[in-house]
Write a protein that binds this ligand. Sequence first.
Ligand code: HEC
Length: 235
Amino acid sequence: MSKSQIFKFSATIGAAALALSIGGTAVASDKAWGIDQGIWGIGKGITEEAIKPWDISIFFDGTNLPEGSGDMARGEEIYHAQCAMCHGDFGEGARGYPRLLGDSIERFVEAAKAGEDTLGIRGLNNLWGHAPTLLDMIYRQMPMFAPQSLSWDDAYAVTCYVLYLTDIVTDWDFVCSQDNLAEIKMPGRDHYYTDPRPDHEMNRCMKDCHDGNLEVVGAAVTGVAVGQVERRDRN
Ligand code: HEC
């Protein structure tokens, strides 16, 4: 062993020993103090109460939809007071802010396949795949000047109204709620698929393995799958 090899070797042993001793302490401390007292006596354990406001992700299939409901009339009221100044009275977009009513799904798919820039023609009626994620996005992010200021009932109401504005729900009497949001069929739904990653099995390669660095060569719009990344070996 050269001097530097010896140094590396002993540094590795040292790090492993340190990791072991920290690990050992962690187990003993958690048992001794309980989760509410934090870990290793530092800080404070997080409570369910504190996690609650962060635990708001709603999944495409309706998992985690919160209790609530809202009708078109309430949605329209909210939309005109808090949304129309940016998204337009009819969802056509205002002052450079995004349209909610995009071009038809057929036109959108055609443009995406032809490699055209689809940013200016996208909307809820073409790119958006699922109504529950629309509620999630609206509650989480909108109105842009005051995110998360809507109650869940109001978020359901305004989600319902933008679905009406974009011709996805055509019945004015429809009331959106946790019981029916996942059943609304968005025009773009069939263009979405579940990403199957991880797509490799993490088997250790012992010989003739890949020896180049992976390089991201660009993001492409293929069909309507936005942001797909191609990879290519560098050598
Ligand atoms: C101050 C301007 C502003 C206001 C007011 C506003 N929005 Fe937005 N909205 C935006 C911007 C900017 C984006 C794009 C944000 C992004 O892509 O992350 C956006 C995106 C959206 C989208 C996603 C559109 C898409 O196709 O990706 C929806 C839906 C939406 N807003 C709904 C609402 C609703 C409902 C309200 C009212 C409660 C509202 N917005 C109020 C500026 C605004």
